[in-house]
Write a protein that binds this ligand. Sequence first.
Ligand SMILES: Cc1ncc(COP(=O)(O)O)c(C=O)c1O
Length: 434
Amino acid sequence: MFFGTQTINEKGHLEVGGCDTVELAGNHGTPLYVVDEEALRQRCVEYREAFQDKAPSATVAFATKAFLCKSMARLACEAGLHLDVASLGELRLVAEAGVAMEKVTLHGNYKKDEDLEAALDLGVGLVALDSTDEYRRLSQLAAERGIRQRCILRVSPGIDAHTLDAISTGRNDTKFGITVESGAALTAVEECLSMPGIELIGIHSHIGSQILELEPFQLLAAKLMDLLLSAREKTGWNPELVVLGGGLGIQYEESDNPPELRSLAEAIVDGIEREAAARGLETPRIGIEPGRSIVGELGLTLYEIGPIKTVPSADGNTRTYVSVDGGLSDNPRPVMYGSPYPVILANRAGEEASSEVRISGRHCETDTLVPRALLPAPKSGDLLAVQCTGAYNHTMASNYNFFYRPAVVFVEQGKAREVVRRETQEDLLARDLG
Ligand SMILES: Cc1ncc(COP(=O)(O)O)c(C=O)c1O
């Protein structure tokens, strides 16, 4: 599978953004995150246009937890997207990148006072309220500053998005948001509307990630409109905004068939319009906040292949373990969720892929990256590209085993720009006070 501008060049090497991946690895080292800048910019614009063509007032916010560095924050904003941040660190980074704060929403299920104070002081556009305790504290902090903070209330609508447990966040049994079914969300709306430091302008729900069907989003539209109807009957409230989170999946495997952006926009916009009209409600402005489906397919990780071992396997055959110079610390998702990833032998991309091998990392864990990869028989020193690592890799990376987190390179039209440098031993030692 090829994504964005990926192709095989005349040397038989994988090329992305007009750059030869073998040269990228030589110039920037491995492991290396490579981001297809042109395709990414285009994807951001396509996302916004798909929604705004259906509903001109719709906003698309990029969920920065999927992938964040200053260059990404600026790229998303230049493409007309807003940003969703989920911590003080993400908030400060986008502020440093020069993003207009009114385009930023602060999320998080446990925002400490310091997070809320920073949001108020920086002037973020929206705070997504996640709990009773939080909105009471925020109201007080805002009122002390003489501010009414624009907010949306995150609710859990009791929807199973048919995805992995750890990334299914819309069920009743979740730590996120306030439950609709029990009536708690309605009570919270009522209370927020009366709070001096809060201007409640809408509701929010994010039901999960890597969702490959449209139906959960349509169901969500109906559930949210039910809540708005109850809220209007009880309080007369006519909210300005409804945010349906992110969650659209990507093609990690041949069999994954994510809906087109225009189909997603149609399902969400028509769904909200239809469900609002059916209840005699005004159609609110629509927001969404995708992460994975913007950047996931447009990043890849380059690794050098090291030791290769063929060992007896449990089924009486043999298995070939191919170790690469990264793994768990730069991509924890296969270990966390058993997530599949497509691979290409980047320096021999044109050769027939007929050997089945297991790709392993180099950590002191059984950090299998790809349990069954089909490659041209790999050799030590070859270059492996693991595709679809644009989302939740750079941002989830760790220093396990004291490995340095990789550099991030943006590539476009034959030019490579290092936007995050590789970590160094000095970076890691700097925090150790002895
Ligand atoms: C509140 C919220 N919005 C948006 C997203 C982005 O989700 P995805 O990357 O699946 O689009 C997440 C992901 O966890 C989230 O928690």
